[in-house]
Design a protein around this ligand. Structure first.
Ligand code: SF4
Length: 348
């Protein structure tokens, strides 16, 4: 073998460490990860699917190639003897970071005073373990982008109002989808600590957003359609409402992949979600034209914090039986967050 470049050497060492750990290790990779690390994932998926895989696994070590809340969820659903590791603990999620527990509790007290006994909190899985635990403790639950509709209906069937964290757009898109009119939707301003909009809301939304998905605007959908770049526009429901309304399809990352994969050869797509995933979809879909809905949008900065260097570092430590960057949720938070996750699964 000739002399390897520094990059080739790194990849070679990752492979070696992975082989050495064998069945003791499971590497889970989120669809938004870059190719240089996702190639080492044993399983690929969205956050929900990967949490399910973590729960099914007996591996001693689970390395999560994703952002922090995903690794927390994996820790909650695995046994106490399993160790969940994230190569870079600073890989947070900007959306999840927009709802901290202090702000949420302040909002909860105000909302409860306005509508005593009438509100159920629901959080998107893109939130911290503490927010999930808050929902679990207060009779609420978590949801994914594909189960948000079911979660909303579950609340309304009990004759209650919903307080939804942290993504305003997913909340708005879901409320409209199940027939809510704007007059029944209110917005909690997390900066000012005030409720705006409807005085009698069925849905109260937290005003958080994903900085990646808000870049896919309705103007861009218009332009792509007008210029006939693509016959189909498909977006994630974290995109703003007007974008979702103009798109041909909206769905979770898993649903987007399936929808595009099941389409006819020769079809043309503009996809509004993370660029790493769109590029991979293109390279793995023969005979289809796939572009990003907005080519000037960069991949998620948080996901990009996971790289070959920090993955190799974690693996090499594990080969010496040293655990670094373990994600461990405290037992009380883990219990209540687990309740919120279980409730979600029970109504799916
Ligand atoms: S794309 Fe948005 S929601 Fe997903 S991890 Fe990045 S910041 Fe969070």
């Amino acid at each position: 073998m000739g002399k390897l470049t520094e990059e080739e050497e790194q990849l070679y060492r990752i492979k070696q460490a992975k082989e050495k750990l064998g069945q003791r290790l499971l590497i889970l990779g989120h669809h938004y990860q870059q190719d240089s690390v996702i190639q080492f994932a044993d399983l690929r998926g969205d956050s929900f699917l990967l949490a399910q895989e973590a729960a099914r696994s007996n591996a001693e070590y689970i390395i999560f190639l994703g952002v922090y809340f995903m690794a927390e969820t994996a820790d909650i659903v695995t046994s106490s003897s399993q160790k969940v590791i994230i190569p870079e603990p600073g890989a947070g999620c900007a959306l999840a970071g927009m709802a901290d527990i202090g702000q949420v509790e302040h909002c909860w007290h105000k909302v409860k005073r306005l509508f005593p006994g009438e509100v159920i909190p629901v959080t998107y899985v893109n939130s911290s373990a503490e927010i999930k635990a808050f929902c679990g403790k207060n009779g609420g639950l978590t949801c994914t982008s594909s189960s948000a509709e079911t979660a909303f209906r579950w609340v309304f069937e009990q004759g209650k109002r919903i307080l939804f964290f942290p993504d305003e757009h997913l909340g708005y898109n879901t409320a409209l989808k199940i027939g809510f009119i704007e007059d029944k939707i209110a917005l909690w301003d997390r900066h000012q600590g005030i409720l705006e909009g409807s005085n009698d809301p069925g849905v109260i939304l937290w005003n958080g957003f994903c900085p990646v998905h808000v870049e896919f605007t309705s103007e861009i959908v218009n332009k792509v359609k007008k210029d006939n770049y693509a016959t189909n526009v498909v977006v994630h429901p974290e995109c703003p409402r007007k974008t979702v309304e103009k798109a041909d399809f909206n769905g979770s990352t898993e649903q987007i992949i399936k929808y595009v994969n099941d389409s006819k050869p020769g079809s043309r797509w503009a996809v509004g979600t993370d660029l790493n995933m769109v590029n991979r979809l293109r390279s793995e879909s023969e005979g289809k034209e796939i572009i990003s809905l907005n080519s000037s949008v960069s991949p998620c900065k948080d996901m990009m914090k996971i790289n070959e260097q920090n993955l190799l570092w974690c693996l090499q430590n594990l080969t010496c039986d040293k655990i670094v960057n373990q994600v461990k949720v405290n037992s009380e938070v883990s219990y209540w967050a687990g309740e919120a996750l279980k409730r979600m699964l029970s109504i799916r």
